[in-house]
Design a protein around this ligand. Sequence first.
Ligand code: SF4
Ligand code: SF4
Length: 387
Amino acid sequence: MNSTSFRAVPDRAPLRWIILKIHQRCNLNCSYCYVYNRGDDSWKSRPKQMGNDVIDQVCKLIVEHCARYTIDEFVIELHGGEPMLVGKTRFVEIINRIRTACAPLSIKFLMQTNGTLLDQEWSDILAEHAVAVGISVDGPAEFADQKRFYHNGKGSTNDVLRRLSSVKSHPDRPFTHGCLAVIDPTIPGADMIDWLVENDIMFADLLLPLGNRANPPDGWTGPEPYTKYMLDAFERWWALDGDAPHIRFFEMMIRAHLGYKPELDALGGDLGALCVVETNGAIGISDVISVCGGYSGTDLITIWDTSLDQHVDKLDVDLVQAPCAACKSCPEFTACNGGYLPHRWDGTGFDNTSLYCETLSALSARIREAITSSLPASMIKTKEVAA
Ligand code: SF4
Ligand code: SF4
């Protein structure tokens, strides 16, 4: 660990986003869950819910941080476990407490939920308090229920889809943050895109399952099924043209090929731009690092001993996320950036290519080709003439 003290002159954009784990438990028990079922038991030693002492201290840090960097808007993502387990009354109390303590800052709230508790009353609360909702749902029930189930083993997908309609049809549409779907390579990628369209899920992301060389995803046989899935999904998505849902992963890769730096953590986005605060006040780089058994950055610093611009140094974020030599010389680096940090862990460090290197490389190359082939022939010809 680095004991570097306060960064007097920041050389990076200041942090503007905190993930608050307001509830540490979940009413689901997904087989791939990085919190409960991937070898990390740190959740057991933390309080079930975030108390006001933690919330008040987080607000104090946000206010100090925003004043220091002249920021007037800050993002708080409410997360779990399952954040809605705090209950409606406590949820409203938390929102109001934060808004009051942080005034006059503009606080933008997001919430990532498994969607199983949503109802009309929740939709009203979320809309009234301007909380944008993202929902985790993995695809057709016959596949997704094998992995996303309640503690009694019952699948959750149809419950979620039924409840999702209450937020989607709400006049104020709190459902603006889209769906996150963990990839199941046994679903043909094109079918997954069709399923999103059929269910009117027009903002989504496809997540490569958490895992790495030291702790591969369940059923891992290598990257090939994921490569096939991604390429298949991309072809269908690209062919849908204007009718396609937004797929963040594809769109970010396209943007990267067009010269924009990817901000997505799954494409090597800067993890120093946000931090996670657990129910006990511990600050982490990202909760998904819990799939990296042996990484020592968990629960080492807290909101009582660290300001929001110190976590990058204290947790050695830049050192940890620095791409490896192979990535830096890779022709797909501009779009891939080494992929997602937890996919790079090998049991001792992160100085590696992604477990999904083959998949990322193939997708990035295909996307470049698709972009190039959609350019007017005159541009291609001009290039040839110029050459
Ligand atoms: S809903 Fe999320 S937090 Fe809950 S068990 Fe599933 S993956 Fe884990
Ligand atoms: S494709 Fe592989 S080698 Fe290239 S940047 Fe991505 S992870 Fe690194």
